[in-house]
Ligand binder design. Sequence first.
Ligand code: FMN
Ligand code: SF4
Ligand code: SF4
Length: 423
Amino acid sequence: MANLECNFAGIKSPNPFWLASGPPANTAYQVINAFKAGWGGAVWKTLGVPIVNVSSRYGAMSYKNEKIAGFNNIELITDRSLEDNLKDMKEVKEKFPNHALIASMMFEKKEEWHDCIKKCEDIGVDGFELNYGCPHGMCERGMGSAVGQNPDVCEKITSWVMEVAKKPVIVKLTPNITDITKAGLAAQRGGANAVSLINTINSVTGIDLDTMEPNPKVAGLSSHGGYCGPAVKPIALNMIAELTNHPDFHLPISGIGGIETWRDAAEHILMGASTVQVCTAVMHYGFKIVQDMTEGLSNYLDSQKMKSVLELSGITAKKLRKWEDLDLNYKIIASIDEEKCIGCQLCYIACEDGAHQAIALLKNSRVPKIKEDHCVGCNLCSLVCPVESCISMINVTTNKQKLIWKEHPKNPINIAIGTSLKR
Ligand SMILES: Cc1cc2nc3c(=O)[nH]c(=O)nc-3n(C[C@H](O)[C@H](O)[C@H](O)COP(=O)(O)O)c2cc1C
Ligand code: SF4
Ligand code: SF4
């Protein structure tokens, strides 16, 4: 059976599932319950200079039957005193010495970082997470994503922390940036032992059309907040892969963003993460979801004949290339299983109005027909078809050799090289 035990940049935990910094990791009461339920680690709600919070503070993007397809918050860091948090963290560590307890923190001045790190080390935390990610409230004060968006500042503050930290340091990156690798490399230059990503994404989840107030409402007003939950997983997967694939980036990655099931976790790991963190799904369903996660991941590793999470880590990132490396002569087309088709014709409408007019309706049947010569293999019909496996995309043999854009004769770079050679 696969072994889920982890050693993440020197931080050991019984499994790779950690609570992300946020409301579920706010008190000893919660984290003790989480560890009892099976979580392997917890990143404590971010410590900092005492803060006040507003009410209300959460919003959600509902989609069809899904009440929380995306989640948003305008909450700041901990609103508890450092003394209370330290007392609680100490209690957790004493009760669960073999679980990972990470102190997340965010400060402005070097002395504040140093002071908090020393106090946390005194009570026995296993590591630190530097919160350079909050997109609201703290960045206006020069912290949070204001640090994560500026590689020089990110490097500088990380190096301050490394001056005193004796335990491993994880830098938590913001996705509110054009190129995540710049921030990741800055953390690496600053001496960090690992990175975690993603923190939340700038967002407004919706507007009450009766009152015309944005969500979440605070006395008729609101503020942009941080987006997370299932909707952000694709953004997290891409950013993790960008770091994994960067030739100069070598730090371990803790994957965060939209993880709700063992499958989501496996996807993060396949892109290069070696531990994962969860916030929204715990807020939605509670601590017990970790039981399915550990069991599912362990079974998946067994099915792949793998003995550890590290064996799985990064496999898919290698398959994510630049567009110019894809084979232009690879061809697939849609194929409808007539037995499964319920004749809804959604595929016809989608292809007719939104794609390539490659599906025909027949006079004597509700089952549409693919016009194979017109089909460009875009996938749209198979994505809109409501019946599982009714439309499959099948490979067409073209007998053409692999041809990528990088080597294509119409690529302006190749034309330019050809011209300069002729000259
Ligand atoms: C209500 C709420 C509060 C959060 N507070 C913090 C925080 O104090 N520090 C931090 O680093 N991240 C904080 N986060 C971000 C999460 O740790 C995580 O990066 C993000 O929610 C994405 O993961 P998810 O999709 O599993 O929620 C918070 C998220 C939520 C929803
Ligand atoms: S969308 Fe699917 S079920 Fe509906 S007509 Fe097309 S193939 Fe049939
Ligand atoms: S794959 Fe695209 S082009 Fe082909 S039939 Fe479906 S929607 Fe039309």
